[in-house]
Structure formats: C-alpha cells, structure tokens
Design a protein around this ligand. Sequence first.
Ligand SMILES: N[C@@H](CCC(=O)N[C@@H](CS)C(=O)NCC(=O)O)C(=O)O
Length: 225
Amino acid sequence: MLKFYFHPGPNPMKVALFLAETGLPFELVPVDTLKGEQHTAEFKAINPNAKTPAIDDNGVRVFDSNAILLYLAEKTGQLLGKAEDRGELLSWLMFIATGLGPFSGQSVHFRHHAPEKIAYATNRYLREAQRHYEVLNDHLASREYLVGDEYTIADVSAWGWIDKATVVLGEEGLAPYPNLQRWFDSVSARPAIETARNFGKDVAFKGEFDDEAKRAFFPQNFPKA
Ligand SMILES: N[C@@H](CCC(=O)N[C@@H](CS)C(=O)NCC(=O)O)C(=O)O
C-alpha cells in the first residue's frame, strides 16, 4: 500500500488533492513538523530534504510535491492532460515548483515569522509572489484550466498554494486577480477538495508555533545542537 507522509501544509495538500481526485488507496502517515518529526532518521530515509510531502510506493520513495504528482499521474495515467500539451504541463509544474511555491513561502516567512521585520525582504518576496499571481491571472484570462482544456496535475499543484492567498498576500487575497479567483472557485467546487481537506482530520497535529516548532522550521535562528 502507498504510504503518504503528510502534514496539512500547502505542498502536502497538493498530493492529498491528487489522491482524493483519483481514489488511489493509501495509508496516511502523519509527520508532525511542528514537533520536528521531519528531522528523524526514519523520515529522512524517505525524504532526505526533511520536508513533507513524501510517498513510499512499495519501496519506491518519491519526495517533493510536484515530483510526486508527476510520478503518480504517470503511474495511473490520470490528470496528465493530452500528449500534445506535455510541454505546457511541465512548464507550469516547474513554474509552481520553482516560482509560485518558494516566493509564496518566503512571503509568508517575512510577513509572519521573521524575528525582525525587514521591509526590503518583506517587499521583495511579497512583490514576487504578486507577480507570479499576475502571470497566472493573465494566463487564465481566456481559459478554464492551466494546461490545454482539461483539469490536470498543474491545477492540482497550483491549488495547494493559491488556497493560501490571504496568508501569502494579505487580507485582499485573490481580489486583484479575477481570472485566478474564477479558476480557484471552480477547482474549489470539486468534491475532491472537501475529501482532501478531511485527510488527517483525526490526527491531533500540534497547533502551537512555539520554540520547538521554530527550532524545527528555522534552525538558522538557533545555535547548532
Ligand atoms: N519543494 C518541497 C517543499 C516542501 C515543504 O516546504 N514542505 C513544508 C510543508 S508545506 C514542510 O514540510 N516544512 C517543514 C520544514 O520546513 O521544516 C515540495 O514541493 O514538496
């Protein structure tokens, strides 16, 4: 059985949505990142980068959310889009993996977590996150989905981060991006979204972002153990 190493953050939620869409059987393995469980030797054997999500598919490990999406889509033949749209699919997956995700993550960090408020960094990452939202908004002006004319893993991947728009950009969230808002509403109306949101609901994940959590997420702020 496929093991899904999960914590309810934007990157694991992409994989949760894929599994909910396809109904692929899996065993959820909670990794409580606020308790530092991503740093155990056992988990690092699955993901040496010590982040969620990761999967273990009967002895085959795959880590990094978009690699997992591609792996599972290729394995099942689902949500891959048309062969002629392969270039677009790869392009949008990489745009999300190397641009939308990291800039959104850094925007969240400097807006909400950095121990000092650094206007330059906050502005730089917010503005880059906004620019990525603009690229998506422009692309979606005349189309329903990111790739071709069907729902694919590119939409699944983008949803994980766009779902966090207010945390990344501030209260106005998607308001300045009407095409992206329309796309988000349409994806959010899919029944699989609610299924995915319920994954791990029976797990008592730690909620408090205390010193233990800060050490696990931002080790650079602490003396080396
Ligand atoms: N590039 C990775 C990023 C994974 C990532 O940053 N995961 C977060 C949750 S959304 C995490 O596990 N954070 C724990 C930590 O940074 O220690 C991916 O796309 O899977």
